[in-house]
Write a protein that binds this ligand. Sequence first.
Ligand code: PEP
Ligand code: MG
Length: 581
Amino acid sequence: MLRLKGIAAAPGIVIGPAYKLQREEWLIPKHGISESDIPIQIQIFEEALIKTRREILDLQKRISEEMGKDSAQIFEAHLLVLEDRMLIEEVISRLKSERLNVAYIFSIVLKKYIKVFSKIEDDYLKERTADINDVGKRVLRHLLGKEARARVLDNLEKKVVVVAHDLSPSETAMMHKENICGFVIEVGGKTSHTAIMAKSLEIPAVVGLFQATEKINNDDMLIVDGSLGLVIINPDESTLNSYRQEEDKLRDVVQKFLQVKDLPAVTPDNHRVSIVANIELPDEVPSVKLHGAEGIGLYRTEYFYMNREDLPSEEEHFQAYKSVAQSVSPYPVTIRTLDLGGDKFISQLEIPHEMSPFLGWRAIRFCLARPDIFKIQLRAILRASAYGKLRLMYPMISGIEELQQANQILEECKQELNERGIPFDKEIKVGAMIELPSAAMTADLLAKVADFFSIGTNDLVQYSLAVDRANERVAYLYEPAHPAMLRMIKNIIEAGHNNNIEVAMCGEMAGDAAMVLILLGLGLDEFSMPSLAIPQIKYIVRSLPFNEAVNIAHEALSLSTGKEVEIFSQSKLKEILSRID
Ligand code: PEP
Ligand code: MG
């Protein structure tokens, strides 16, 4: 038995066998295609074959120059695989008949070939298996695009805990819940988008666990405690039993919280706040409702652009937003416009590699530079606003100019819809995310232009404390409870209220039970969080008189370190939770 401590990323306890993802393993996206997509998919396939051929010829030339012609001979066999008519025709005919994306079809045909060749008795032909495998991987890499380092997880037959060096947010989004009951990842921090995605999928996760792939073997039995950031490898019987008891206890407490989930978020002395959900995918709406959210405070739309080969059309955006707006109605939905970059990328846009992506061409900066892409989304949001209560907000606003520029583009979109006679909510509220220190410090100015604020603490902490949110090595410095953060948040809330606008928070801090005590006392109006956290936070709000919260906030602001704030708020939380009967 071995205990490893990492960073708690997504809460819950799970017990299951390990499944290690090797770095070179790929997860192939599988999605349906329409008849009109077939020629495009065939073209993508042909281009991948051409690129692979060019790659092999280059390699052959280099090896031949460096090591002689004989050594380069092996590549002849590789080139032959690329020209195999049977393989190519099978891919194209299955693509047409099964109507699935070409990367997926190719991976299936490839697997079949490898299986057939590896069973052949003839030694020469048997050796061709390695050639097919090698060439096949090259073709797949081209089919999946440069960014995709996807892995093969589609053949899992039992529930497993996935153990990997890293997973991108788009890969995490692709994981099918039925087979994966936990994540253990070597890199990443509490608010890396991979961790956030695990929370949304309601899969317990530990990140930033150095050497996980070295210490854990396939099929090792693991206990993943996503709330404490603990992984226990091959636990003994008594540890297993105590964790099973812990699981039962946790279930009872959750049951208690769930009892209040449909009641309003109001303190015993009648201070009303709003508790809403963060989502990444429209599939999460049932969970939003199940956990008693009074709407959606952050819809991270960039996931809509991921795991596909083209950019979504205005109609696709519109249908997705409309369906979310309708199913959440009469509650409001706040749609955040595209926030790509940082640790979230998509292959279609070929965003250049940058030295500091979190400080680079990200979010609103990208959208203002690419109004062609931005306007498609804005028009779709406006159109969907006719079908429910929608608000929109921009990410990464650094100051008033960016907000005005974005609003100018929005005005153009409204004009275009007016000319087309398409209805939309003329009074749609437009907010700014406050997630840059420059925005926090000029909140008084921004409040004159924005209809509401939503504080993005995940980034605000990262930029204020100069701590990469996805880097496990500096995770100890990533402190939402830091006095600098509390002062900044207080300033933002006051600036909003002085200008009569609502102040929401959609960073992970808003769903952190201990921090909520302080945020409530600071006067935050809306708390937006992963659905799973909602019942507990509602329970706390309903148990804590507002004047008590104001005192807690006051005392927290007088403390001088993040640690002190953390210890103080945790002790207050314990006291409040001990009132549970
Ligand atoms: C944030 O930065 O707090 C936020 C909610 O946005 P994201 O986590 O998507 O960057
Ligand atoms: Mg952010």
